[in-house]
Design a binder for this molecule. Structure first.
Ligand code: IPM
Ligand code: MG
Length: 361
């Protein structure tokens, strides 16, 4: 097959981790006889530095001309919240999600076998394993609602952020969650705050309707505060979690943390049509940028998700994941996940080890 992949290298450690992921993509292409063409796309703080805005004109169109987008990381203190919106990297992230229609954000939180000890959870909890998939609604809710800021007569400044959800928005992401659950352990936990929020009551009623369409999938409602608690108490109980944008933002950070290895976690953002966007869930780590210290595994595993969800090539996806597991089982670690006495390698060497494994698998 021939694939065209947009590369958003981004800021901080972004370019380094994307380099290693490209190396792995090339190795996969060679092994399976694919041809991959890359298109560089400028987005984030680096775009602000180069052209004055973080989301240059034509960015979405460039990406739409590709089969998938791989993003390293964007952001950094240089383009902080005090800067005008069009210069901030976060603005660009939200804009590209919206413009590409990426309404479903898949964030697996997996405790890989070789990493069981990394979890900060109690040993007996971690030993049960963690393999959950957070499905976060990504283009609606309070992130994209109407905002306002006005002076009042007696209460000083007042601001509002509107959280709105339509049935259509809820249903399409809900469907994704049920479909994914069918390929996994067949359980959906829908997270809301239906005891307080009207949007959550609508969310819940749409999910209940969907649950009837998927009788083979076990379904439950979980209140978001209880969910936050359950993720640290017993994350092994969850298979697919589905929730609105901001709850998903918060819970996905929590879920990634309990695996103890944020440098290993990939993500996929998908819509109804190509391209999907694939990126590590970690940030741009400007403090270690350019030092060959960053962990490229999350970005490399994001390419596995790309093969699975954008290219419908599970075999290639499995191969990438197996290569990563083999390297970890051999005891190789980047500094962020190393315990004293373990074999620490840099970004480039980690990439090379994974490519070598791919060849011999
Ligand atoms: C994420 C990030 C973004 C979000 C920020 C950087 C805008 O936290 O991808 O989870 O809140 O969606
Ligand atoms: Mg976040």
């Amino acid at each position: 097959m021939e694939y065209k992949i947009a590369l958003i290298r981004g800021d901080g450690i972004g370019p380094e981790v994307v380099n290693e992921a490209v190396g792995v993509l090339d190795a996969v292409a060679e092994k399976y006889g694919h041809k991959i063409q890359y298109v560089d796309v400028l987005l984030g703080g680096c775009a602000t530095d180069a052209v004055g805005k973080s989301y240059p004109d034509g960015t979405a169109e460039k990406c739409k001309g590709c089969d998938a987008v791989l993003l390293g990381a964007v952001g950094g203190p240089k383009w902080g919240p005090d800067k005008p919106a069009e210069q901030r990297p976060e603005t660009a992230l939200l804009a590209i999600r919206k413009d590409l229609g990426l309404y479903a954000n898949l964030r697996p939180a997996t405790l890989r076998p070789a990493m069981a000890e990394a979890s900060p959870l109690r040993k007996e909890t971690a030993e049960k394993g963690i393999d959950l998939m957070m499905v976060r609604e990504l283009t609606g809710g309070v992130y994209f609602g109407k905002r306002d800021r006005y002076e009042t007569e007696d209460r000083g400044m007042e601001c509002t952020d509107l959280m709105a959800y339509s049935e259509k928005e809820i249903e399409r992401v809900g469907r994704r969650a049920f479909e994914l659950a069918r390929l996994r352990r067949k359980k959906v936990s829908s997270v809301d705050k239906a005891n307080v929020l009207e949007t959550s009551r609508l969310w819940r009623s749409v999910m209940h309707r969907l649950a009837e369409e998927y009788p083979d999938v076990q379904y439950e409602d979980v209140l978001v505060d209880n969910c936050a608690m359950q993720i640290v108490r017993d994350p092994g109980q969850f298979d697919v979690l589905v929730t609105e944008n901001m709850f998903g933002d918060i819970l996905s950070d929590e879920a990634s943390m309990v695996t103890g290895s944020i440098g290993l976690l990939p993500s996929a953002s998908i819509g109804d049509s190509a391209p999907g966007l694939y990126e590590p869930i970690h940030g741009s780590a400007p403090d270690i940028a350019g030092q060959d210290k960053a962990n490229p595994i999350a970005t490399i595993l994001s390419t596995a998700m790309m093969f699975r969800y954008s290219f419908q090539r599970p075999e290639e996806a499995d191969a990438i994941e197996k290569a990563v597991d083999a390297v970890l089982s051999d005891g190789w670690r980047t500094a962020d996940i190393a315990k004293p006495g373990e074999k620490v390698v840099g970004t480039r060497e980690m990439g090379r080890l994974i490519r070598e494994q791919l060849k011999v698998l």
